[in-house]
Design a protein around this ligand. Structure first.
Ligand SMILES: NC(=O)c1ccc[n+]([C@@H]2O[C@H](COP(=O)([O-])OP(=O)(O)OC[C@H]3O[C@@H](n4cnc5c(N)ncnc54)[C@H](OP(=O)(O)O)[C@@H]3O)[C@@H](O)[C@H]2O)c1
Length: 315
């Protein structure tokens, strides 16, 4: 495993982080009876960063179960307030998360998204108060723009922004990545495989099941899907030339940026998890940069719009 600094803090987190949205079953079926083994397997494999959220169905409970029996102190645990961003809402959400996760503190508590209906100052003041009480160690945000981040930072120290960032959505490179580097804010990538599309396993005629959120995303069906897969086909060839899988190439593309403190992956199985972790050892830093350059050349020559499920996540 490789460990990276969490922004301007003294903390180090694993460069591959375990995301847990998929464990809620909203991205296709998962075997819940395997989730404890999956989460503990990640920790035993060196993963120290685990990410969940109030919004992720029963994922917090699944994580809490896996972290019992001595695993809690081995991880830097992140969750999010996702629904009600008022001061009372934040306080209540944290209490629920602590209970579900079976812990007395959250290492990184994140505001899931910017809510135009609640002043961000109110949300962050509530977070700062929870931090003073020792219930959360660090405050982070997710899916914030530069302007939203600037506003939030006037109220509380923000150490990270968790954003939709992958080879098919490079919007964050317009401004966010540079801003985070300058301000020593950790970038945490989510949707790192563009929701599985960068794994190279989908054919143009694939239809996501109606209960899989991907069936509702623009670009995951129809003509745009076919155009996306034509580009991922070329990315696959670049991966093959390095003797690695397309998913590993997508992860390495992110690891090549030092601003990315952790690449969140969302494995459903132990083999997907292992494949993600093995990406770390596949190439040395110079090889990572060379592969990234090669992939960017392919991406630059395509005329694809950023593949992003939610337009407000264009940062
Ligand atoms: N803050 C936010 O708003 C936000 C939004 C999204 C996600 N997240 C966080 O980021 C984490 C990761 O994002 P994500 O799960 O949405 O997207 P992702 O990592 O891009 O895609 C995950 C999906 O890709 C497939 N997959 C994973 N590893 C694979 C491998 N090695 N080979 C082939 N296919 C593989 C699996 O689905 P199939 O096998 O069915 O294709 C899996 O469900 C989440 O779990 C969550 O913690 C945060």
């Amino acid at each position: 495993m490789e460990y990276r600094q969490l922004g301007g803090t003294e903390e180090k987190i694993s460069a591959i982080g375990l995301g847990t949205w998929q464990l809620a079953g909203m991205m296709g079926a998962v075997d819940r009876s395997e989730s404890t083994a999956l989460i503990r397997g990640a920790i035993d494999g060196g993963v120290t960063f685990i990410d969940t959220a109030e919004l992720y169905g029963d994922s917090e409970q699944q994580v809490g179960k896996a972290l019992s029996g001595g695993y809690r102190d081995r991880v830097f645990l992140a969750t999010k307030v996702s629904k009600d961003f008022t001061a009372a809402g934040v306080k209540k959400a944290l209490a629920n998360s602590l209970k579900a996760l079976g812990t007395d503190r959250i290492d990184l508590y994140q505001v899931h998204r910017y809510d135009p209906l609640v002043p961000v100052e109110e949300t962050l003041r509530a977070m700062a108060s929870l931090q003073e009480q020792g219930l959360i160690r660090y405050c982070g945000v997710s899916n914030f723009t530069v302007e939203q981040l600037q506003r939030a930072r006037r109220v509380a120290p923000i150490v990270s922004n968790q954003i939709n960032y992958n080879a098919l959505n490079r919007s964050a490179e317009k401004r966010m990545i540079d801003y985070c580097r300058r301000e020593r804010i950790a970038v945490i990538s989510h949707s790192s495989l563009a929701k599985g599309i960068l794994s190279g396993k989908y054919a143009p005629d694939h239809e996501f099941a109606a209960d899989d959120e991907r069936s509702t995303f623009p670009g995951y069906s129809g003509d745009l899907f076919r155009r996306v897969l034509a580009v991922t086909g070329r990315l696959e060839q670049a991966a093959e030339a390095e003797g690695i899988s397309p998913a590993q190439a997508a992860i390495i593309w992110l690891l090549a940026r030092e601003e990315v403190a952790s690449v969140l992956v969302g494995p459903k199985t132990e083999s997907q998890l292992d494949e993600s972790i093995e990406a770390l050892a596949a190439l040395q830093p110079a090889g990572r940069s060379a592969l990234r350059h090669k992939m960017n050349t392919i991406l630059d020559s395509s005329d694809l719009p950023p593949l992003c499920p939610f337009p407000d996540q264009l940062v």
